[in-house]
Design a protein. Structure first.
Length: 530
């Protein structure tokens, strides 16, 4: 769907456009995370928490580093303001020249880096933990890494194709990319596993990236007027500007990227199954972050970028405070109930095939500690986009990099004494510090201290209501287990989640609605009024 740029000048039109875009992205992210959870369930069924699963998780370290070096994960953030500048001035020819030049230069560098890293994959894997860097596990990790590596070029192309659609306020096809990617992994793994083992999942990564991030996005980009011409101009002022803006993101260690890197590296030093337990826990928590954080951030960023160009800082503050409050309203209560029901949730999702009840008991505490950091994980991505919309990537990445570097001793010490749970704890604490610092500094520098004070008061109220809800869920769970509903079967775990979680959530959201904190009815009315 498209919202013309000229229509976002009105405050009401802006709110409505962002709400509709957010709902589209939330629906997409929710469906994507559900399919992603199915992917993890298939992995759990076929691999459990064995050495093969550890090797599969570890095989993403080098590809993610490669993607980070070419800023694949930041393209929408850094490219949209440059591209949108020419859209606003009606210079579409120049907008596509910039697109072509950046796409070509990055593709050449990516191709070279992929070839180099594929040659030295074995040496890089050798620095990981002993049970990953030696014997058959090392050989398997190397093979999986080399299969996954070329997908990073497809992600790079897809990021550009999706960015131009976002700039034109088209969200549908980009929203389908992660769905196709996860389906590719599921289909590849399920059908190829009997023949080539865990390598089937790696080939699924490549297939999913080809379909979802490239083939599906080309028609969407063409509908925006896509014009590509091979161009390689390192002296172009927009390329130089892009490098200057993107450089801090590449050199910096954002906590989202650092978490993915650190949990794989430090987890590789744990015993067999430790890395797998962290991965399952993180993937169970991330749907919350994706639905309420990622979706809101992606949907609001083109509008934030437009407001930043017009220097409407009060509107940017209002939008930031509103989004942080809204995601807190849902994330905190849902996380509190999931903490109480962590064992049941892990059992329902993964306890079948080679994933045993012992695996469930090892994974649930890790999930609890990740859930405590769900809100900072989601809210940090919202706050960061305000800085990015101002073309300020240097300061936030300095902050994030310092926090990431200071968190390394925490990862090491906590993983040494508390294993997988320690790694989850270190990640949640680091993300909390990042959110508080960036939100506080933005508010101080942009006259938003009164706004942040109101948000914090609202958060305290939500936390109090959530503690009450968690107590209700715990009491109902204990009562249900007392009368004979145990946590030993799939059906019983479903019943425990339903009879404990649903009443607790209903009570919490009724209270929040009465306190005029929850805006569920208003959001639904705004969407369906359209």
């Amino acid at each position: 769907m498209t919202t013309p740029i000229s229509t976002i000048d009105s405050g009401n039109a802006l709110k409505k456009s962002i709400t509709i875009a957010s709902v589209i992205m939330m629906g997409s992210v929710l469906l994507s995370r559900v399919i992603g959870m199915v992917r993890e369930m298939v992995l759990a069924h076929l691999l459990g928490t064995n050495a093969e699963m550890d090797a599969y998780v570890a095989s993403f370290i080098i590809p993610e580093l490669l993607n980070h070096l070419l800023a694949g994960g930041f393209l929408s953030i850094t490219f949209i303001p440059i591209y949108q500048k020419y859209l606003i001035s009606k210079d579409t020819k120049k907008s596509w020249e910039v697109f072509s030049n950046l796409l070509t230069i990055g593709s050449v560098f990516f191709a070279v880096l992929i070839l180099v890293t594929m040659v030295f994959t074995n040496q890089i894997v050798g620095i990981m933990g002993h049970h990953i860097s030696s014997g058959p596990e090392r050989d398997l990790t190397v093979r999986l890494t080399r299969i996954i590596m070329p997908a990073q070029l497809l992600f790079y192309w897809g990021a550009f194709l999706m960015a131009v659609q976002y700039a034109h306020h088209r969200f549908l096809l980009p929203a389908l990319a992660p769905l196709c990617y996860n389906l590719g992994i599921i289909v590849g793994g399920w059908f190829l596993y009997p023949y080539i083992g865990v390598e089937g999942f790696a080939w699924g990564v490549l297939i999913g990236a080809l379909i979802g991030n490239f083939a599906l996005q080309v028609p969407g980009a063409l509908r925006t007027g896509l014009r590509y011409k091979f161009t390689f101009n390192l002296r172009d002022k927009d390329f130089i500007n892009y490098v200057l803006v993107t450089g801090p993101l590449i050199l910096g260690l954002g906590m989202s990227f650092s978490n993915e890197l650190f949990f794989r590296f430090f987890g590789s030093f744990l015993g067999t199954g430790g890395l797998a337990s962290i991965n399952y826990s993180l993937r169970t928590m991330m749907p919350l972050v994706g639905v309420f954080g990622q979706a809101s951030g992606v949907a609001s960023y083109p509008f934030l970028s437009h407001l930043a160009v017009e220097k409407k800082f009060n509107e940017m503050n209002a939008l930031l405070n509103s989004i942080v409050t809204k995601i807190s309203t849902y994330l905190i209560p849902i996380s509190s109930v999931m903490i109480v029901l962590s064992v049941q949730i892990i059992a329902i999702l993964f306890e079948h095939g080679r994933f045993s009840h012992a695996s469930t008991l090892a994974t649930a505490p890790v999930l609890v500690l990740y859930l405590l950091g769900a809100l900072p994980f989601a809210a940090s991505s919202i706050v960061m986009r305000n800085y990015y919309a101002m073309q300020n990537t240097l300061f936030p990445m300095i902050v994030c990099s310092v926090i990431a570097l200071l968190s390394i001793p925490g990862y090491w010490i906590l993983s040494k004494y508390f294993g997988a749970a320690g790694i989850a704890c270190a990640a949640s604490l680091a993300m909390l510090v990042q959110f508080v610092l960036l939100y506080g500094i933005w508010s101080k520098n942009h006259n938003n201290l009164k706004g942040i004070y109101k948000v914090l008061i609202t958060m305290v109220k939500i936390i109090c209501v959530s503690i009450l809800g968690a107590g209700i869920a715990f009491g109902l769970k204990r009562y249900a287990m007392h009368i004979g509903i145990t946590e030993t079967t799939f059906v019983h775990n479903i019943i425990l989640c339903f009879v404990s979680g649903v009443p607790a959530l209903v009570v919490m959201f009724v209270i929040l609605e009465r306190m005029h904190i929850s805006s569920t009815r208003m959001i639904l009315a705004r969407v369906f009024k359209r």
